[in-house]
Ligand binder design. Structure first.
Ligand code: GLY
Length: 369
């Protein structure tokens, strides 16, 4: 095993310990790089599952009993969110609970994951074939009953898993319909991704494409692209639907064609600052984890090699220049438009780097979660 990957993994494991011991209330959301202190979200916002996911991964990799205890304690705090009106229940309960069920056979985590899936399934709009963002979703100032975003695609895998576990086949069908609709909503013909769309709730007709966090509606916000690559890759992994793999490849190839030479994504690919644009390590980490999956799923050897090499190059760049000795991943850009946490540690960026390092060290099969 490559020493670089093992050392990176150890640094992040140390950060899991420091975080678990320091944070008492709420969920770690974003962190100040200088002090190492976290800003927490009281009920988990859209990110609480990523912290639980880090604890589940730490428990998987020969962790201490406290890692599994923390994972389950924080996952239980997500339970009330099974009833909250947000498509991001997918993120919350996939990483917060499904990981414990799939990786460790944890029965309480399985029960919690199914509760999250059941709650999410209840918000499907069958006329439109979409789970709308929901009025408790992040970006709630813009949401109505006819809004949807690319970041709600990955979480559909929670429903595919839950359908298998329970025999509720309609949950898989809803998840597949939602995922397919987002090709039309968010994926441009050149393979770039737009964050969001408005649709007519009664018919599902697309009304407009737009962004909450990018520079402008026609730009490519790095995390829209990253969530698109991840969403279609994970949904292909769970369903085997071939068109999802095709979208994953097109969006990943766009990313690779536009990534700067330093292998770290700008926060928005259309920032006029060009090479000087603020970076987003969290988008970079999301895509590195996705490329490792694509390297296992792509049908031809040449593509597999390209994706694996690109994933390794980005993880190496993150480790060398952005992950410090305390295990803090700096330069995540949460929301440049409102100047929120633009050079910070972001819990989801750390999660995906941790996941990628588990794959690179051989502790986790890339397509297991
Ligand atoms: N809404 C998800 C994100 O900011 O990436």
């Amino acid at each position: 095993m490559d020493r670089r990957w093992r050392e990176g993994l150890e640094r992040l494991r140390a950060r899991v310990d420091a975080t678990g011991m320091a944070v008492r209330e709420g969920f770690p959301h974003y962190g100040d790089v200088a002090t190492g202190s976290w800003t927490t979200s009281p009920a988990g916002d859209w990110t609480g599952g990523f912290w639980c996911g880090m604890c589940w991964l730490a428990a998987l990799g020969g962790g201490e009993p406290r890692h599994r205890r923390w994972a389950l304690e924080w996952a239980e705090r997500l339970r009330p969110r099974a009833g909250s009106d947000t498509v991001f229940r997918g993120f919350l309960f996939y990483y917060g609970a499904l990981l414990g069920a799939v990786l460790l056979g944890d029965a309480p985590a399985r029960e919690l994951g199914l509760a999250g899936a059941k709650g999410l399934a209840g918000s499907f709009n069958p006329s439109a074939g979409v789970f709308p963002l929901g009025n408790e979703a992040e970006e709630a100032s813009d949401v109505g009953r006819g809004e949807s975003s690319i970041d709600g695609v990955q979480g559909m895998a929670l429903l595919v898993w839950a359908a298998r576990e329970t025999g509720e086949t309609s949950w898989r069908e809803m998840a597949v319909r939602h995922t397919r609709r987002h090709v039309e909503f968010c994926v441009r013909p050149d393979g770039s991704v737009c964050q969001s769309a408005s649709f007519e709730p009664a018919t599902g007709k697309t009304l407009r494409r737009y962004t909450h966090k990018g520079i402008h509606d026609a730009s490519t916000w790095a995390r829209a692209q990253a969530w698109g690559i991840l969403g279609y890759t994970v949904m292909h992994q769970w369903t085997g639907e071939p068109d999802f793999l095709d979208v994953a490849r097109r969006t990943a190839d766009w990313w690779l064609a536009h990534l700067p030479g330093d292998r770290i994504a700008p926060w928005d690919f259309d920032d006029p600052a060009g090479a000087g644009a603020t970076r987003d390590t969290s988008a970079t980490a999301i895509v590195a984890a996705s490329l490792l999956k694509l390297a296992a799923l792509a049908p031809d050897g040449e593509r597999r090699n390209i994706y694996r090499a690109a994933a390794e190059a980005s993880v190496e760049a993150l480790l060398e220049r952005y992950l410090d000795q305390r295990g803090i991943l700096s330069h995540g850009c949460y929301n440049k438009r409102i100047d929120l946490a633009t050079q910070h540690e972001l819990i989801w960026g750390s999660y995906y780097l941790f996941e990628a390092l588990h794959v690179l060290t051989g502790a986790l099969d890339a397509t297991r979660i």
